[in-house]
Write a protein that binds this ligand. Structure first.
Ligand SMILES: [Zn+2]
Length: 53
C-alpha cells in the first residue's frame, strides 16, 4: 500500500477553482463544493531543492 502524498493527482474545478485531490474523489470526478463535474487535471508543483551558494 503506497499512499504517498507525492502520488496524488490534483484536479481543479473549472467552475469554482477548488483544487481536489484524486484520493478525495470517491465517486468519480466531481467537485465536492459546487458539484460541477468538469475538473481539470493539474500537476502538483515539483520543487527541486537547489542549494545556491
Ligand atoms: Zn467546483
Amino acid at each position: 500500500m503506497v499512499g504517498e502524498e507525492e502520488q496524488a493527482i490534483l484536479y481543479q474545478c473549472v467552475r469554482c477553482g477548488t483544487i481536489v485531490k484524486s484520493s478525495e474523489l470517491e465517486l468519480g470526478i466531481r467537485c465536492p463544493y459546487c458539484r460541477y463535474r468538469v475538473l481539470k487535471k493539474i500537476r502538483p508543483p515539483v520543487v527541486k531543492r537547489v542549494l545556491a551558494r
